[in-house]
Design a protein around this ligand. Structure first.
Ligand SMILES: NC(=O)c1ccc[n+]([C@@H]2O[C@H](COP(=O)([O-])OP(=O)(O)OC[C@H]3O[C@@H](n4cnc5c(N)ncnc54)[C@H](O)[C@@H]3O)[C@@H](O)[C@H]2O)c1
Ligand SMILES: [Zn+2]
Length: 382
C-alpha cells in the first residue's frame, strides 16, 4: 500500500524512425519559432522537420544559437526573436540544451515575466505557447519533463520547474540520433541511466508508477548502450535508448533526481564539463555514499544491469550494482576521474559550496549530504 501520490505522464508521444516528417500535423497553424543549435543544422538533421513545416505553409524563425549548458541570456534572445516573428508555437530540436531553451522561450512568448521571478519550483504559473520537443540525444529526457536548466552569468545552474513547461508532444525519432558521436552517446546515455536510478531511490516522491518507469528505462538503457556505441546506426538500439531516456524523464519528473545531479551541476556550470559526463564522474561515489540508505533499492535494480546478479544476496547485489556501473562507464570510454577533466584539489571547496546550493535536488537524496560529505565525494572522485 502507498501513502497516496499524484502522477503526471507529461506530453503525448509520437515515436518511430522518420516521425519528424510528421511534425507539421502536431502544431497549430501560424508562425513557428524553431530552436536548435548550429551543429545540428550543419549535420542536416533538421532538414526533414523544416521541410515539413515549410510545406505546411508556415513561416519559420530559426534560432540556432543555443550552446551546451545554455545561458539565461540565450533564452531571452530566443524569446525576443520569437516575439519579433509573431511566433504562435515553438519547436525545440536537439539535445537537452535546445529543448530547455525552447521550453522557456515558449513560456516567455505568452508571459512577460523576468527569469528571476520563475526560477525554482512552481513559480511559472502562466500558460505557455504550444510546444513540440524532438530529442537528438538519449538523453536528458527533457522532452518529457516540466524542467529547464539554465546557466547564470556567475556559472550557477538554476532550474525552472513548473507544469507550464510540459510540451504538448514529444517526437521520438531514432533517425535523429544516428549521427551522435560515441563520446556524446556514452555521456548522454549515462545521464539517462542516472535519471532512472535517482528516480528509483528518490526520497520523497518515489511511487509505484515512477518505479515501474524507472525499472523499464534502466532495462532499455543498460541493454542497448553498448550496442549504440559499437554501431551508431543500429536503429533498433537507438530507438530503445530514446524510449529508455524518455521513460526515465517521465519517472524523474515525478520522483526527482538527487545528489548525483546536485554534485554534477557545478562541474557543468563552472567548468563546462558536459552534463552526462559530469554525472558519470560523480555517479559511483554518490552511490557508495548512499549505500546505507539505498542498499535494498540498488539490490533490486542490479539484475536489470546483468540478470546473473539476481543469484546474489542483497548486500552483494547492491555492491555489484555499483561495480557494474563503474565497469560500464570505463568500457564505454568515458574519463573516470575529475583530474582527467582538469579539476584539482584547489577546486574542491568551491565545488562543495556550489553543490550545497542545489537544495531543490539534495532534499531528494536518500541520505543527507552535508558540505563536508560533498567535499569528500569530490575528493574521492579526483
Ligand atoms: N530539462 C531537463 O529535464 C534536463 C535534464 C537533464 C539535463 N538537462 C540539461 O540538458 C543539457 C544537456 O543536454 P545534452 O546532454 O542532451 O547535450 P546538448 O544539448 O548540450 O548537446 C551536446 C552536443 O551534442 C551535439 N549533438 C546533439 N545531438 C546530436 C546528434 N544527433 N548528432 C550530432 N551531434 C549532436 C550538440 O550539437 C552539442 O554540441 C544541460 O544543460 C543539462 O543541464 C535538462
Ligand atoms: Zn541529467
Amino acid at each position: 500500500m502507498t501513502n497516496g501520490f499524484s502522477f503526471a505522464y507529461g506530453p503525448s508521444v509520437r515515436c518511430g524512425a522518420g516521425s519528424t516528417a510528421q511534425i507539421a500535423e502536431l502544431l497549430p497553424p501560424g508562425p513557428v519559432l524553431f530552436v536548435t543549435d548550429k551543429q545540428l543544422l550543419d549535420h542536416g538533421l533538421a532538414d526533414a522537420a523544416l521541410a515539413a513545416l515549410r510545406e505546411s505553409g508556415r513561416t519559420i524563425s530559426i534560432f540556432d544559437s543555443v550552446e551546451p549548458d545554455p545561458a539565461d541570456a540565450t533564452v531571452l534572445a530566443a524569446a525576443a526573436q520569437g516575439r519579433a516573428a509573431g511566433a504562435v508555437a515553438v519547436v525545440g530540436f536537439g539535445g537537452g540544451s535546445p529543448m530547455d531553451v525552447a521550453k522557456v522561450a515558449a513560456y516567455l512568448l505568452t508571459n512577460d515575466e523576468p527569469l528571476e521571478a520563475i526560477y525554482g519550483v512552481g513559480k511559472a504559473t502562466g500558460v505557455a505557447a504550444p510546444l513540440i520537443l524532438c530529442p537528438t540525444t538519449a538523453g536528458t529526457g527533457s522532452e518529457a519533463t516540466p524542467i529547464a536548466i539554465l546557466t547564470t552569468a556567475d556559472g550557477r545552474k538554476l532550474g525552472i520547474v513548473a507544469p507550464a513547461l510540459y510540451a504538448q508532444w514529444a517526437l521520438l525519432d531514432p533517425d535523429l540520433s544516428v549521427s551522435l558521436p560515441p563520446a556524446i552517446t556514452a555521456a548522454t546515455g549515462i545521464d539517462a541511466m542516472v535519471h532512472a536510478i535517482e528516480a528509483y531511490t528518490s526520497a520523497r516522491l518515489k511511487n509505484p508508477i515512477s518505479d515501474m518507469l524507472a525499472r523499464q528505462a534502466l532495462t532499455l538503457l543498460a541493454g542497448n548502450i553498448r550496442k549504440v556505441i559499437a554501431d551508431g546506426a543500429d536503429i533498433a538500439a537507438r530507438e530503445a535508448m530514446l524510449l529508455g531516456s524518455h521513460l526515465a524523464g517521465v519517472a524523474f519528473s515525478n520522483a526527482p533526481v538527487a545528489a548525483v545531479h546536485a554534485l554534477a551541476y557545478p562541474l557543468g556550470g563552472l567548468f563546462h564539463i558536459p552534463h552526462g559526463l559530469s554525472n558519470a564522474l560523480m555517479l559511483c561515489h554518490v552511490l557508495r555514499f548512499n549505500m546505507p540508505a539505498a542498499e535494498e533499492a540498488y539490490a533490486q535494480l542490479a539484475p536489470l544491469l546483468a540478470p546473473e546478479l539476481a543469484a546474489l544476496g542483497e548486500r552483494e547485489r547492491a555492491q555489484a550494482f555499483v561495480s557494474t556501473l563503474s565497469q560500464l562507464i570505463a568500457d564505454i570510454g568515458l574519463p573516470d576521474t575529475l583530474s582527467a577533466v582538469g579539476i584539482g584539489t584547489e577546486h574542491l571547496d568551491l565545488l562543495a559550496e556550489e553543490a550545497m546550493l542545489q537544495t531543490r535536488l539534495l532534499i531528494n537524496n536518500p541520505r543527507t549530504i552535508e558540505r563536508a560529505d560533498a567535499r569528500a565525494l569530490y575528493e574521492a572522485a579526483l
